[in-house]
Design a protein around this ligand. Sequence first.
Ligand code: NOJ
Length: 851
Amino acid sequence: MAPLPSFLVPLLITAASAAIDPFTSGFPSPWAVGGLGWDEAYTKAKEFVSGLTLVEKVNLTTGTGWEADRCVGVTGSVPRLGFRGFCLQDGPLGIRYTDHNSAFPAGINVGATFSRRLMRLRGEAMGSEFHDKGIDVQLGPAAGPLGRVPQGGRNWEGFSPDPYLTGVAMAETIKGIQSKGVIACAKHYILNEQEHFRNSISVKIDDRTLHELYLWPFADSVRAGVGSIMCSYNKIEGLYSCENNWTTNYILKNELSFQGFVVSDWGAQKTTLGSALNGLDMAMPGGPFSPTPGPYSGAIWGGLLTEAVLRGDVPQWRLDDMVVRIMASYFKVHTGNYTTRPDINFSSWEKKAEGYFHPSSKSSWGVVNEFVDVQRNHAALIREIGAKSIVLLKNSNSALPLRKPASVAVIGRDAQDDPLGPNACVERACINATVAMGWGSGTAEYPYLISPSTALKARAAVDGTAFTSIVGNWDLAQAQAAARNASVAIVFATAHAGEDFVDVDGNKGDRNNLTLWDNGDALIRAVAAVNNNTVVVLHTAGPVVLDYAKAHPNVTAILWAGYPGQESGNGLADVLYGDVNPQGRSPFTWGKSVEDYGAELLFTAPDPRNPTQSFDEGVFIDYRHFQKAGIAPTWEFGFGLSYTTFDYSGLKIVSHNGEDTLTPTQMINEGLTEPASTFGTLNRSISANIPPAGFNKIWPYVYPWLSGSNVTIVPSTAAVTPATNGSEQRVLPAGGAPGGNPRLYEVMYTITAEIKNTGTVPGTEIPQLYVQLGGEENPWGVLRGFDDVALAPGETKMVKFELTRRDISNWNTTSQNWEIWSKPKFVFVGSSSNRIRLNATLPAPPGMVWV
Ligand code: NOJ
């Protein structure tokens, strides 16, 4: 029988369609095999791991404990080979808890640039800084939370609630970071969409929504070669993420063929066997935050993993696979050998030069901080991203750009410097001054912070503009007095968000509402009441309710500046004065109320120990929900103004049959993997796995050894279970290579259009491609392409989008595969998700008919 054209049906039909039930059946954690960019690293890792002893292997899988070493997480080492432990350090926008580093714009700003170039450059810049501090793993970027709910406390660490935009940003950031010799860590996998109850919530989700929405950017991360993925705190369908057979073994390591290592979020590991057999490869921070007395300090791995391997509860192949994955990631990003990486030269726990190397056990005093300056000229890039991520939401009467105004009144605390310095608030959890990043582990220490007030004052001095600045938000009469006679009154306001371990003004990470903080709305209204040229600048974690300001005739301009990092004021001044023509586009939708968003954040639960949450809205979050429900937003996803105007014309679609680019090596294998391998022989005697004579253990440091020679190992008599079975396994139909079946990424259509700058100043347009996949189940349109096109006045350029097979596919939960449904499909090219300038029917692939 001739094979069916692959676009009609599941991509590849293999024996695997005699399906594994992903929800109920146990099966082993898939072992790494190399492939797509991993082969050389995998070969080196196998060789390295083959020479390790049991305790050396275990040591690389387990953190030494909270504050046990200098980074937020450090694994054990292999002293015999001169291999120091891995240093893992936050976070997604720069290095946390150190000095002489840069504070980059947050992910949400990078999303707003819609610029692959800036995404990549920021990744490279961050990677070089982490590298030079001796960090092996940067704990970022973040694609979870994706942004299911607008109040989500950590949405700003990621890029956008749109999975396509986030996927591109993840891939570019990861490639940038890893090109500098640092392993990136895509986090938090998966469905960690809110801070309330994050340690106990169980999320219910359907398989299609998981694939089409929340998994999408992780698939891009895996395809980009990410070296590590952090499993999250929450449960999925009742099982903790860090011991979840479905999400880790079945989807991440089998279907997506992830070849790197899974690291736990700090304290997210729950059980020794549950985590080991369900795909965890590295436990962080290794011990509990409050260590308990006893030989293992309360650690779940370390010596307990050694015991489990000796008993046979964890097969050797599983331990070897953990270490091969860890070392393959290491060799993937390192061009040299393992002896050439920089030493760790900072301490997260001490600001002075000298301190304890092992603070949790108050031992080994010496120089722990070398104050290595790693900033290079990154300030220029930070300023550029800051400016190019600003979204101009309103600009009436050509209020902007400013042209040497006679007087400027800058109003609001959010414009000001903190007299105690930009890092005065621990974890950035306050709004005492201008806000340029959220709070929690996603922060970096600022080297300095240029406040808007400082930057605008300097600009005023150059122009001879009279300058006033009002600090407080609550004395409205004072604000009005300053604003009344100013040529332009610029009001600043914030709405802050962060991680659950700090509560700011009653907001436990997630925002309680979508209003501005610190009397911000009243301040805007008061100033607009007395000045008909009121400009509003927002430093918010995401959307706020602002329809009143949009409608107010005296509010002439509104700019969202997000969390722009250390060059905040300079980037803003560049846009306000027209040195940079605004080109940011909103990476989320601005609703008129929190209810507009449909999906709800769970603030209270009947049983707070076992809260559950069902993501019943499916794939309809953010703009997809607004479109479906017919709700007009204040500003839509993808929206942003420019100081010039653009014309769109000449939409063309060229179909490819999608099979031309396929090479035999990209084909899925025969449907079965090789059996699991072991690397090296383990000495299973007790004496080989206890501390060497005379070794002085320091409590609560976590070690890989058995507690002592009197430990009793009772070999397991259990039969091989599905989870410990190392024989060959079926490859899933959607799998076969990192990121999933390579055929998913074949280009099926090339779509082009002409963009013209019809105004009088240079500007960059962000044309966006949306695709309607058809049917009730699909949103009106989903983002599937974007570009940043710089144009001189009168200039025309062609923009090109490439649509892959994956871009036009839906997930079939029965066949467990992507497929192109036969529903008619349309493409839209426009300047936002609502402002469509060109559209066309997508021709059906050869041999297929839209019905
Ligand atoms: C918990 C946070 O959820 C995670 O993002 C971070 O990397 C770790 N703590 C380490 O600080």
